[in-house]
Write a protein that binds this ligand. Sequence first.
Ligand SMILES: Nc1ncnc2c1ncn2[C@@H]1O[C@H](COP(=O)(O)OP(=O)(O)OP(=O)(O)O)[C@@H](O)[C@H]1O
Length: 205
Amino acid sequence: MSFDVDVTRRVGETQVSARFSGSGLIVLFGPSGAGKTSVLNMVAGLLTPERGHVRIGAETLFDAAAINVPPERRRLGYVFQDSRLFPHLRVRENLRYGHRLARSEDRWMDYDDTVRLLDIAHLLDRWPKGLSGGEARRVAIGRALLSGPRALLLDEPLSFLDRARREEVLHVIERIRDTLKLPILYVTHDEREVERLATQIIEVG
Ligand SMILES: Nc1ncnc2c1ncn2[C@@H]1O[C@H](COP(=O)(O)OP(=O)(O)OP(=O)(O)O)[C@@H](O)[C@H]1O
């Protein structure tokens, strides 16, 4: 499965555009304010492009002429820069939210495996507001994986993580890229992450 994206839109004073296609892990790279998050939002359906298209595999999610699939039907696992866990749900329920919505044939991560992989078993009864930045990030990644996505959108997923945890999450992302072969759109400023992960680098701005 691969991305085929060509989007353009004015956001505030900035003309944001990006064009790329391919599979693997595509890094969106560029200075702060260039529009990387806006590109993720256009792929996710949270921001409507003025022109262009968004296709993943054989499915068209957006085509300026006629098609605009709503975000909740795009089956994309989005890990936001600020995690955005549901504040009224404990960690366990945040994780189960996406898992319950996913059709059983779309689920490729098991709940217990996800909890183990991200080392969040001790957090399951906690409320999001009591989590550190790194803990919240791991829960957000788990929630995205459990929703059975056809692609992942990761906005600086390793920020707030300490070195040991970064290494573990990097392994998870590599596994998703190489074993599950899920296309990943990845925003980062960190050149080490780019070197290690990128199949393709797209300059934004
Ligand atoms: N709601 C908004 N109204 C007006 N301008 C906005 C809005 N959202 C974003 N912008 C502007 O659009 C531009 C692109 O923002 P965006 O968040 O996509 O950039 P980015 O490359 O992801 O930045 P960063 O790396 O700092 O997260 C920025 O100049 C930003 O100030």
